[in-house]
Design a binder for this molecule. Structure first.
Ligand SMILES: O=C(O)CCC(=O)C(=O)O
Ligand SMILES: [Fe+2]
Length: 567
């Protein structure tokens, strides 16, 4: 908590300084119709790679596009109620997470849970966790997720090829530098492009094609094959958005997603994006979770609330007569914007995306640069494939943690009486940490997003029930610890340390429960229809016979505090 607050403050300071330095001016940015565009791309944005539409295997475009429409029409795409700089805001885009079963992705204090994708070798995993053979979603949704999985497979190998090609190109030019240029020419690579294509083909033959449903941990770009484990789907129809923010630094236009780095990815792992601008939707029952209100929509960027002007002409626009026209055409298009992080000297880059285009962010582009999405005229989907850092983000992980904690709970086989096996300080600390983790990172995150998951996919329902059962046992364990600490006749020599450990855990718990209650009761949350509204769960009243401790811990906290004073 503390550390991230500090870095937030530091960022805010940096941002303010940059905006001050900039004053009313805009930083130039280049589009394809501007002279110097390609050179800027090559020099300052070389980790960005574009695959024009038509690059996918036959039939896949159609399957993916129909999958995306299915997700929208089923109501799976929803605006997230995220936290940006301690404020609750709806994302401007509607989203869904599709990916490896049991995987989650955390962004802007929100943990999204995957709708599992299904692949041939792996039918079992697509089944309902804990429901035997019953599938977790209906055939239409399953087919949609499978198409996205196929797209994922394509991206895994295509990005790999591209990266291998870049690596060998780099090696080659190093070698060339050493050996002088004569020899390289004799190999017949007169044109760089041909050479690169040759390398790509070769790299493709070498590259691992067996990725896929492997559940082993994903690798970064530098080691081993690329395994995108999730895709975050975005959708927005600008016609239904009354007020998108203007891009503030460059005057690039209206933003659907503000400037940001993608969070929680394996370091140096690439991101692959499929862009689909679709014909305008005619149905009115479209997903529209909340009325938009003044200042309640976020473009989630790192941009401050300070709004710059919105001068639309680019300073560095070319002087050809066609340039302005082309510029206008480009603005009707959806575009991805890129900038070097914390830099107001390098021009920005705005890359228009036709429907079916894909782009890759490779190397350290996501770390050294920020990107944003600039809204075009039509509705548009994107499927953004990532290697999520999921060491602490899988169901398997949290289930294992819960078992670890519960190992310390002993039940007397005769009497059924419960007790703690070990009172070792580090063990107690570990258990209380897990207790908080499962409550705040899993249960409350899940229920905060309402009943949205269970509506169309039941994959998470049983696991969440089981996690809640485990968590309830941990409430019992905290009660047992409290009893030990409060037992004056207890001669435990580390009773004071135990009390301190308990107090810390309880204070954290109390504070986080309050934060989640506030998030659930925020005025924005109130605007959501019942089936999407946040649920403050677990919640119970003090007369609940099933619950050993009260929801509100303030009395217990005071008891432990005063006990510590008396020690
Ligand atoms: O829609 C896109 O092209 C990219 C979206 C994006 O940056 C994100 O979801 O993080
Ligand atoms: Fe992004």
């Amino acid at each position: 908590m503390k550390r991230s607050d500090d870095s937030e403050r530091e960022k805010r300071r940096k941002r303010r300084r940059l905006l001050q330095e900039l004053g009313e001016q805009k930083i130039p940015f280049l589009s394809p119709s501007d002279p110097g565009f390609q050179q800027l791309w090559d020099t300052s944005y070389s980790g960005l790679m574009l695959r024009r539409s038509g690059s996918l295997p036959p039939g896949l475009d159609e399957r993916v596009q129909s999958a995306l429409s299915t997700l929208r029409d089923r109501g799976c795409l929803l605006r997230d109620l995220v936290r940006v700089r301690e404020r609750d805001v709806f994302t401007a885009v509607s989203r869904a997470l599709v990916g490896q079963p049991g995987c989650t992705y955390r962004y802007l204090d929100t943990r999204l849970f995957t709708i599992p994708w299904h692949c041939e070798e792996d039918e079992g995993l697509g089944r309902n966790e804990g429901h035997g053979d019953k599938p977790c979603c209906d055939a239409g949704l399953r087919a949609a997720c499978k198409a996205l999985w196929e797209l994922n497979q394509f991206f895994c190998s295509d990005v790999q090829q591209h990266q291998n090609a870049r690596a060998s190109k780099r090696k080659r030019s190093e070698a060339e530098e050493e050996e002088g240029e004569e020899k390289a020419k004799s190999e017949g690579c007169s044109e760089d492009r041909t050479c690169e294509e040759k390398e790509e083909r070769k790299a493709g033959e070498d590259s691992d094609s067996g990725q896929g449903c492997s559940r082993s941990s994903p690798h970064s770009s530098k080691s081993g094959p690329i395994r995108f484990n999730i895709t975050l789907i975005n959708y927005m129809d600008p016609a239904s958005m009354s007020q998108l923010k203007e891009e503030p630094y460059y005057g690039m236009g209206k933003m659907a997603v503000g400037w940001h780095h993608d969070e929680n990815l394996v370091p140096l792992s690439p991101v692959a994006v499929y862009s689909y601008s679709c014909p305008r939707e005619t149905k009115t029952e479209a997903v529209k979770p909340a009325e938009e209100k003044e200042g309640q929509t976020s473009n989630e960027g790192e941009k401050g609330d300070e709004e710059g002007g919105s001068r639309e002409e680019e300073e560095e626009a070319g002087d050809e007569g066609t340039s302005k026209e082309e510029g206008e055409k480009e603005k009707a298009c959806w575009r991805v914007g890129l900038k070097v992080a914390w830099d107001i000297h390098t021009p920005g880059l705005a890359l228009p995306l036709q429907s079916g285009d894909c782009y890759y962010m490779t190397d350290d582009l996501n770390r050294t640069h920020q990107h944003c999405v600039l809204a075009g005229d039509t509705a548009r989907f994107s499927s953004t494939h990532r290697v999520a850092q999921c060491i602490t983000g899988t169901l398997e992980y949290i289930q294992k943690r819960c078992s670890e904690a519960l190992e310390n709970l002993h039940t007397d086989p005769e009497t059924g009486a419960k007790s703690l096996r070990s009172l070792l300080l580090s063990t107690l600390q570990h258990i209380e940490d897990i207790h908080n983790e499962v409550e705040f990172e899993w249960l409350r995150q899940y229920w905060f997003q309402g009943r949205r998951y269970a509506r169309f996919c039941s994959w998470w329902s049983k696991p969440m029930e089981r996690l809640e059962t485990d968590w309830k046992q941990m409430e019992r364990m905290t009660e047992l610890l409290l009893a030990v600490v409060e037992d004056e006749s207890n001669v435990q020599e580390n009773r004071q340390e135990m009390a301190e450990t308990l107090l810390n855990a309880l204070s954290d718990r109390q504070q986080h429960r309050q934060t989640w209650r506030d998030r659930c009761q925020s005025s924005l949350a109130q605007t959501l229809p019942p089936e999407e509204a946040p649920v403050d769960r677990p919640y119970w009243t003090s007369d609940d016979p099933e619950m050993p401790l009260p929801f509100d811990l303030s009395d217990i906290i005071s008891r432990v505090e005063s006990l510590l004073w008396r020690m």
